[in-house]
Design a protein around this ligand. Structure first.
Ligand code: SF4
Length: 390
């Protein structure tokens, strides 16, 4: 993956399309990196190499050489390789199915895409592009395991698709487009969205183009929300976000008690509050740690627990004093399932222990209506259980 990013990047488009001044505001802040990002970068390198090999675009020797390099990285795991093989298989399946109808169908990996006809200086890298007569599919490999990303209406995917259509659409006379997101660490979630050319071009011309121009010029209205601000580089110090969150405290209720309906509305409107408070805390803490005072705050030593300096010597001392091993050690206990999968590989654990692993029903949890999970309906579930027993 190239290390340069467009001001109007596809991956940040959900932000600058909503909050157009954010793109220029973010320019003043340094890029940060994280362990997740390092792991994701390596997974993409491996996914590319594996897919290149599975689609006969590099030789086995070349693949082995790349794999040997990747395996030296501390983020490499056997599970990562399994996930990348699943990605390569997905591409191969789709490509083979297309080749039956169109022998000239091609697969492009890490394809450089320009969507500057809609967003000034817009470019990016699509993980995979499959082209056949009349058809195009853009596939994105997402290695995160936190949040499910939906392809439906996804602006990142649509920008790649616009750019790819601009370059290859006429050559392949593309009429049908599919956008797919593959998230192997979320139980191999595959999410797809189909879009017509006219819908795509209409979105590009009438939605992206004017907003991208505003974003490029640093103009437009700030649009703070938990989604847009989440990964914004300006989020700790953004005045618009601060003002938006403060609005919640301006409205004094005119009755003594609030209703559950009001509590629901407040929760919805306060979606960004806890993240915002955490960002404020991080800002003040890092400022103090750098040596700059902040009125009303100081850094103190956090709580710490006592611990044995040398567990072996502790055990020896207790045994010498006459204590039995059975009372000084904890009973033996299995390592966790997550740890087992990490140590022995997910596939191996599934093969060996699949039938011995159960997943109890989760505790009822509050979620916004937009959450993808099906609604928990206790009454229906009790009736279903009763029917099963009858
Ligand atoms: S923090 Fe939020 S409101 Fe402020 S610029 Fe970033 S996305 Fe926009």
């Amino acid at each position: 993956m190239p290390d340069v990013h467009a001001l109007l990047s596809a991956s940040g488009s959900h932000r600058w399309l909503e909050c157009t001044p954010s793109a220029r505001l973010e320019e003043g802040f340094p890029s940060t990196t994280s362990d997740y990002a390092a792991e994701g970068t390596l997974a993409h390198l491996l996914a590319e190499a594996t897919a290149l090999y599975w689609t006969d675009q590099i030789t086995e020797t070349e693949y082995e050489e790349r794999l040997a390099e990747i395996k030296k990285d501390k983020w490499y795991t056997e599970d990562m390789l399994e996930d990348c093989i699943s990605y390569a298989k997905l591409i191969l399946e789709k490509w083979n199915a297309l080749k039956e109808k169109c022998p000239d169908a091609i697969v492009m990996l890490e394809a450089q895409i320009k969507y500057d006809a809609w967003a000034p200086e817009g470019f990016g890298t699509a993980d995979c592009l499959i082209l056949a007569d009349g058809f195009m599919e853009v596939i994105d490999f997402k290695y995160g395991k936190g949040k499910r990303v939906d392809a439906l209406g996804n602006p990142q995917m649509r920008l790649y698709t616009l750019g790819a259509y601009n370059t290859y659409g006429l050559v392949y006379q593309v009429e049908q487009i599919t956008m797919t997101i593959f998230q192997p660490r979320l139980s191999g979630v595959i999410s797809s969205d189909d879009i017509t050319i006219s819908e795509l071009l209409d979105w590009g011309e009438n939605y992206v183009k004017p907003r991208a121009q505003l974003a490029f010029e640093g103009k437009g209205d700030f649009c703070p929300s938990s989604e847009t601000c989440k990964f914004c580089k300006a989020k700790q110090v953004c005045r618009a976000r601060t003002n938006e969150n403060l609005k919640l405290f301006d409205e004094a209720p005119d009755v003594l008690l609030i209703t559950p309906e009001e509590a629901g509305q407040l929760l919805e409107r306060a979606a960004d509050i806890s993240a915002w408070l955490a960002d404020l805390e991080n800002l003040v803490q890092s400022t103090l740690l750098e040596g700059t005072p902040v009125t009303g705050w100081k850094i103190v030593e956090g709580r710490s627990n006592r611990k044995f300096a040398d567990p072996v010597k502790v055990a020896d001392a207790l045994k010498t004093a006459g204590y039995d091993e059975a009372v000084i050690y904890k009973p033996r206990e299995l390592i966790t399932l997550t740890q087992m999968e990490k140590d022995f590989g997910k596939k191996n654990v599934a093969t060996l222990l699949g039938e011995l692993i159960v997943k109890p029903a989760g505790k009822p949890t509050l979620a916004p209506e937009s959450d993808k999970r099906p609604e928990y309906k206790p009454a229906e579930q009790i009736i279903a259980a009763f029917d099963e027993e009858a």
